[in-house]
Design a protein around this ligand. Sequence first.
Ligand code: NAP
Length: 279
Amino acid sequence: MTPKTIVLTGASDGIGAAASRLLSEQGHRLLLVGRSPEKTAAVAGEVGADHFVADFASLAEVHELAERLTDAAGDDGIDVLANNAGGIFGDPQPTVDGFEKTFQVNHLAPFLLTNLLLPGLLRRGGSVVNTSSAAHRFFGRLELERLGDVRHVSARRDYGDAKLATVLFTRGLHQRFHDDGLSAVAFHPGIVRTSFAAGSRSGMRMVYHSALGRVLPMISAAQGGANLAWLLAGTPGVTWTSGRYYDRYRPTARVHSQADDPHLADALWRRSAEMVGLG
Ligand SMILES: NC(=O)c1ccc[n+]([C@@H]2O[C@H](COP(=O)([O-])OP(=O)(O)OC[C@H]3O[C@@H](n4cnc5c(N)ncnc54)[C@H](OP(=O)(O)O)[C@@H]3O)[C@@H](O)[C@H]2O)c1
């Protein structure tokens, strides 16, 4: 197996940290990204990887991160970008950029990061692996004119919208760049016992971090991380299919009805580009 250069966000905890451990054992070069300097340094130290810190609630930090990652990757570029950082936050304050935080951290920031890293990814015929969630089917319903509004319905809806945007963004990447050699996939990792929703005041916190949660059939962070690592180490067109949404290890058509609309994927792309200030 040829070692890959893999950028992995959300690497400081949960699914991302578990995937980092597996991928480093397989000999890949990892550029690990987290928000907490201490947690990110700890995981990177454990697996012997380079690490980078950025808060996705600031688009300026995403710009700086992209520059540092591009420098670190060097002339060879990046084989795989894993947009895995995310969660449900339910913060009533807008981010410094003026957007609802769950939408920005899960969709706008990775949209911007991916676009800024595209030259390096295209140079390698690389791939983008986006961590979505089955929540997109249950709670999402995109209204382009209200995208990124602070708390227009509920934290759950904001999370569903963001993860639906992740599926459509994946379709958009495939539509726009697959002919140029780029592949993209989105996936739901299962219900995974991690720090997910720990800082949220939504009902999701109850599900994941209460006595109730302990009786629910959740998988471990190691199992969720193995799913992510399988996609990152895999070969598009052989082990997984570009443009598709996977539920754990299988492609599935069980997606939100809006997720199959190529015109919406295109409109979301253009709206997201406006929001993050890309021409
Ligand atoms: N757990 C589940 O059941 C489940 C199900 C479906 C989808 N997912 C998705 O899986 C992904 C990983 O979640 P997880 O379960 O591993 O949760 P987790 O343990 O809470 O890890 C979340 C990761 O995202 C990072 N992150 C959070 N806010 C950030 C911000 N503002 N800027 C930059 N990075 C930020 C965290 O960084 P710090 O730790 O450094 O703050 C951490 O590395 C998320 O996209 C989540 O939505 C999870």
